[in-house]
Design a protein around this ligand. Structure first.
Ligand SMILES: [Zn+2]
Ligand SMILES: [Zn+2]
Length: 318
């Protein structure tokens, strides 16, 4: 006959086993989910503020990302367009074409490399073309102190047209890609080039009431009809990159607006992380929070999948 102590420990053992089985089932379900639901991250960097390749690869895996596009910095330069060197490495110690290419070659099933160069360097077009020829599916990120429609930038847009690849632009008032309000002229002049908008000034201007361009992370309610909203609505070649703190802020500042915005531009919005932590989850990982926000705010499952996967798959012909 079993004594009381044995009965209790046996019950404990059974409960424990039950939890173990439930835990395994959960793990299996999570694994199945990530297999069924791939995520394309269109915006990451190598050597981002000193993060190692091993940390980057583990970070992307922890976020559930299945395909990552690595965006290189330009060659270190010390002229106006890099603010005398301050903006080298995309102002975040990111490495250039060769490092992105090498990592993508190491993981051909899950990593792609972009192509980039400081626009006003003499060999900019030649350097960008070298990596387009090697198979880069994107030019960017273009994060330089230049007029967004300068002759040097237009040479890059022409190259993008020739190779049929999108161009990713970092819009930041007084710092990068000046004169955002004039950019529609480029969308009209290069209708076959798909442009992807990113960063503070891009996201701040979803709001029609955004007046002070010095405010880079505006909070509170959004009135539809800002410049960004109109570019996305009016130009078939304008896309949006959800990445970075600016993208996450735009999603979270007015959730009711975000649901409508995601519905309105459901075929134009692409998921990117652009985050530099080593974790890939939790409060320090903005990329994981952006995935969670998209899952929470997308009005339908179909729209969620478009933003996290389908739109990028189509745009980059993956
Ligand atoms: Zn970036
Ligand atoms: Zn992260």
């Amino acid at each position: 006959m079993m004594n009381k102590t044995n009965a209790v420990s046996r019950r404990k053992f059974l409960t424990g086993t039950g939890m173990l089985v439930a835990g395994l089932a959960l793990n299996l379900r999570a694994e199945k989910l990530s297999v069924q639901e791939p995520i394309i991250d269109i915006h990451q960097h190598t050597d981002y503020m000193g993060r190692t390749n091993e940390q980057l690869v583990a970070h992307q895996k922890a976020m559930g990302v299945t395909t990552t596009i690595l965006l290189p910095a330009g060659t270190p330069a010390f002229g106006m367009s890099t603010h005398q060197g301050k903006s080298n490495g995309l102002q975040a110690k990111c490495s250039g074409n060769e490092a992105c290419y090498a990592l993508a070659k190491q993981y051909p099933d899950s990593y792609l490399f972009g192509s980039n160069e400081v626009p006003d360097l003499q060999d900019a077009v030649k350097e960008i073309e070298k990596y387009l020829k090697l198979g880069a599916p994107i030019i960017g990120e273009l994060k330089f102190g230049v007029q967004c429609d300068s002759p040097e930038m237009q040479k890059i847009f022409q190259l993008a047209q020739e190779y049929d690849v999108p161009v990713l632009m970092h819009w930041q008032y007084t710092m990068y890609n000046h004169d955002f309000d004039r950019f529609y002229k480029m969308l009209e002049k290069y209708p076959r080039v798909n442009f992807i908008g990113h960063a503070q000034t891009w996201w701040a201007n979803i709001d029609k009431e955004h007046k002070d361009q010095n405010i880079l992370y505006p909070k509170g309610k959004v009135t539809p009809g800002g410049l960004t909203d109109r570019l996305l609505a009016d130009y078939p070649n304008m896309y949006a990159d959800m990445s970075a703190g600016s993208g996450l802020n735009a999603l979270l500042r007015d959730e009711a607006h975000s649901r409508e915005f995601l519905a309105r531009h459901q075929d134009k919005i692409l998921y990117g992380s652009d985050c530099l932590d080593a974790e890939g989850h939790g409060p320090t990982c903005q990329g994981a929070q952006t995935i969670a926000a998209i899952r929470k705010l997308a009005p339908t499952k179909e729209i969620e999948r478009k933003v996290l996967y389908e739109n990028a798959k189509k745009l980059f012909k993956l």
